[in-house]
Design a protein around this ligand. Structure first.
Ligand code: GLA
Length: 390
């Protein structure tokens, strides 16, 4: 017995030393410290995510491809927690903002970090819409409007998770008839697939038993310089869109299209995000920066509709989608949260979101592509975030 205890103690000491050594070797100090290699990023400890929420088991799932690209996803809100991709030095950079454990995601001041957004991505004016002659009122969680599915949107729900091999996670959630005010029992399935060409593919599907509206997206906050670095305003961005849907002061589309040419919204060729962000412009004023839906010129998944490039890490992200719109949000409401991964502080504009979607307030704008889903139909959209280095 005594011998056993001695053995256990020796093993514990050895593993502590091993962890300490490992940590020391991954932490560079002094002159060799630079932004891309300062500290090898880690996936949060899955123990910090294990809990029972709403009677369901929450966990952290990891996908990894042959190049070492690693994605961590929790089934709480279907959230992307970490995404480690190679930088120009061949080391990994974590390009997604998030928290080290589940409790970080259960805060009141919701940021939607990495979350699956449903039933309706972005805003619906006054939370009201008509469908088949009936009027519906959904949660008003964004002053006078509804945003991202309301107070208990998908970002707060626990999905059933099924890991398929090392590179795929299937998440399912059944949203009950009337949840958040939306009609119909909606069965939503989201599949995350990490491919060997360093792409993260997200497939969304849904069916309903009553006519309803659906607009699913993902709310990842990207910083290609590394999560926790101070700003994305020096990164460059291209969006293949000749028009935006301009908004009023509550960020509801006016129903018109507005040409981007000659405005701060022209990202038709690569432009530094900070180049025009502080210009005097009514739309920038309404969004407190960029927080707008771009009307994509093409959206047939075969061509990249947007590109982001980091001058620091050399990481390039290309987006492909079947969706007609892209919400470009420049992290204007980030205010210096200090409970980021590894105790990072997430400053104002230290990340951007590129949310592929149908247009905000579509249920009230007949000229926008429809978001109605009827029984017997299957909602299906695909978005790919692909990473490379330049
Ligand atoms: C979306 C909205 C923004 C903001 C963020 C979350 O992208 O368009 O206005 O609410 O979500 O803070």
């Amino acid at each position: 017995m005594k011998k056993n205890i001695q053995l256990i103690l020796a093993a514990a000491c050895f593993s502590t030393l091993f962890v300490a050594c490992n940590h020391a070797s991954s932490t560079k100090t002094g002159s060799d410290k630079d932004s891309t290699t300062a500290q090898a990023p880690q996936i949060p400890d899955s123990a910090n995510f294990k809990a029972t929420v709403q009677g369901k088991q929450v966990d952290l799932y990891t996908l990894k491809n042959k190049n070492g690209v690693t994605v961590a996803i929790t089934n709480f809100g279907g959230r992307l927690v970490s995404l480690l991709v190679p930088n120009k030095d061949g080391k990994l950079t974590d390009v997604i903002l998030g928290h080290d454990g589940l409790s970080g995601y259960q805060i009141k001041a919701e940021t939607y970090f990495g979350a699956i957004i449903g039933r309706y991505g972005n805003r619906i004016g006054k939370g009201k819409f008509n469908l088949d002659g009936k009027s519906y009122q959904v949660d008003l969680n964004d002053k006078v409007n509804t945003l991202h599915g309301g107070f208990n949107g998908f970002y707060k729900q626990v999905f059933d998770a099924k890991k398929i091999g090392d590179q795929q996670l299937e998440l399912t959630y059944v949203s009950k008839d009337g949840e958040g005010g939306y009609p119909g029992n909606l069965t939503a399935k989201i599949t995350y697939t990490l491919t060997d060409d360093n792409a993260l593919k997200i497939e969304y599907s849904a069916t309903t038993d009553k006519a309803t509206i659906v607009n699913l997206t993902n709310h990842a906050y990207f910083n290609l310089n590394g999560a926790g670095t101070p700003t994305i305003t020096n990164d460059s961005l291209r969006i293949d869109a000749d028009n935006i849907t301009p908004v009023d002061s509550t960020l509801i589309p006016t129903g018109k299209y507005e040409k981007v040419k000659g405005t701060p919204f022209d990202f038709t060729s690569l432009k530094t995000i900070g180049a025009d962000i502080d210009k005097t412009d009514d739309q920038l004023k309404n969004g407190k920066g960029y927080d707008h839906n771009f009307v994509l010129n093409k959206h047939d998944i075969s061509q990249s509709i947007a590109t982001v490039k980091s001058p620091e890490t050399g990481i390039v992200m290309d987006i492909y989608t079947t969706e007609p719109g892209l919400q470009f949000y420049s992290g204007n409401f980030l205010t210096g949260l200090s409970d980021g991964k590894g105790k990072a502080t997430y400053a104002h504009r230290s990340a951007l979101c590129l949310e592929t979607q149908h247009f905000p307030d579509s249920p009230n704008e007949p000229s926008f592509p429809s978001t109605v889903l009827k029984p017997g139909e299957t909602y299906h959209t695909t978005t790919i975030y692909k990473f490379s280095v330049k």
